[in-house]
Design a protein around this ligand. Structure first.
Ligand SMILES: [Zn+2]
Length: 438
């Protein structure tokens, strides 16, 4: 990655000395984590291939891209609000100081838990946006297991002057459907069209309005709408609708999504993350909601990657908010299955998701929100609307009936019938919005 500027030419020496001095300057002022000291007002996108099997994984750099403007946070750059299942850490080469951190989850890690991953090596695309550094940096990407231990790691150098960094600009038309404020200060959410042809775009904009409306009907998004921007990106698809492999339906669409992910009929995802992010290059976005032009039930949400949901199923409204709870808020599913024998959450580790606990470190979760004298586990005695609000420690969460606990009997992260996020999910989302915008 590092493109050396070593050259005997005198001019190159001068350039090298001035770049070195600039880097020293970066290092001196760097302790303050000042955005302008380290970064330009542009975005660097690093694309990776994550590959392997359940037993062994490898990470590869695919391509570096750049686009005008940086729309992420400009403060608390070296902090992580949530640990995620993987992390990206950017360090200044001269000083070794950590200058930016980001966390995420991936479809690849979900796939590693499937039977297929025990016998077949597969690869998955992943794209991460970081602010464009002024000087050379190292970027380390780490994927963690369910005990939050590193499984695989890659460190590579990036020289921001590298001529092979591909400058991109999306040609997709876009329109703001909600403007809370300056994109450089607000959280920028892009809603992207999937399976809508040119002729379907009025429908798409209507669907975006519905998505924004239902998001704002949920606390804390409604009361914090001044900190959010929502932009609708009308990338046309060649065909109307999306692929439903289980029914033999394949379509040519903007982000190449399909149902039946991991052979699960309702799981709607895309593995074409480069294609998706290319459609958004240069448009102010940090979080992505892809609306699929279909009435088939399904969706998916991956933390700091994307939400994808069917826009024309009657349950569109609760599902899009639920999935955004995953992709934006890093919230876990609060539902479980009595027949789930294998635990996805390890009993000796506190999950990083804010709305479930294994009681290993309950202090770090919602212990301070428990009313006095509540039994753990809390019996299901709440009646009526109290099932949505009575905070306790209810056994059964994160797909497992035993050993994982949820904050209320019923929440948006558990069932579509719940009218709201539970108080614990609401607080977690509020804290995250404050982290990004204060
Ligand atoms: Zn909840």
């Amino acid at each position: 990655m590092c493109v050396c500027i070593a050259n005997n030419d005198e001019m190159m020496k001068i350039i090298r000395i001035s770049i070195f001095l600039w880097c020293v300057l970066c290092a001196v002022s760097g302790k303050s984590q000042d955005f302008d000291a380290y970064f330009e007002d542009n975005t660097l996108r690093v694309d990776y291939i994550f590959a392997g099997t359940a037993e062994k994984q490898q990470l590869y750099v695919d391509e570096l891209s750049a686009s005008k403007g940086w729309y992420g946070r400009r403060h608390r750059l070296a902090e992580l609000p949530l640990v995620g299942n993987g992390q990206l850490t950017m360090c200044d080469v001269q000083t070794g100081d950590t200058i930016y951190r980001h966390s995420f989850s991936t479809l690849f890690q979900e796939w590693l838990a499937t039977d297929e991953a025990r016998k077949l090596p597969k690869s998955f695309e992943n794209c991460f946006q970081v602010p464009m550094p002024k000087c050379s940096v190292t970027i380390t990407v780490t994927l963690c297991d369910n005990r939050q231990q590193p499984m695989v790691q890659l460190t590579h150098e990036v020289n921001p002057k590298d001529v092979l960094i591909h400058w991109r600009k999306s040609r997709a038309p876009y329109r703001y459907i909600h403007q809370g404020g300056d994109p450089k200060k607000c959280i920028d959410i892009a809603i992207l069209a999937e399976g809508y042809t040119e002729q379907d775009m009025e429908q798409f904009y209507n669907d975006c309005q519905t998505a924004a409306e239902v998001l704002f009907e949920h606390k804390p998004f409604g009361e914090m709408r001044g900190r959010l921007n929502i932009v609708a990106v009308a990338a046309p698809s060649a065909e109307s609708g999306v692929s439903v492999p289980g029914k033999g339906v394949w379509k040519q669409t903007a982000v190449g999504s399909n149902f039946d992910t991991f052979y699960s009929p309702r799981y709607l995802t895309t593995s074409r993350l480069k294609q998706m992010n290319n459609l958004l290059s240069g448009i102010p976005y940090e979080h992505v909601i892809v609306l699929a032009n279909t009435a088939t039930y399904g969706g998916g949400g991956i933390f700091n990657s994307y939400t994808l949901t069917a826009a024309h199923h009657p349950l569109f409204r609760p599902v899009v908010v639920h999935e955004f709870g995953h992709s934006f808020g890093g919230l876990a599913d609060e539902y479980y299955n009595d027949t789930q024998l294998e635990s996805l959450y390890s009993s000796d580790t506190e999950p990083w998701e804010p709305n479930i606990t294994t009681l290993v470190d309950f202090e770090s979760k919602w212990k301070d929100m428990l009313p006095d004298g509540v039994d753990i586990p809390t019996p299901l005695t709440a009646q009526g609307d109290e099932v949505y609000t009575r905070v306790g420690v209810y056994e059964g969460a994160g797909y497992q009936a035993k050993g994982a606990y949820r904050p209320v009997p019923e929440c948006r992260m558990k069932i579509n019938e719940a009218p709201a996020f539970c108080p614990v999910c609401q607080r977690a989302l509020r804290r995250l919005i404050e982290f990004y915008t204060e």
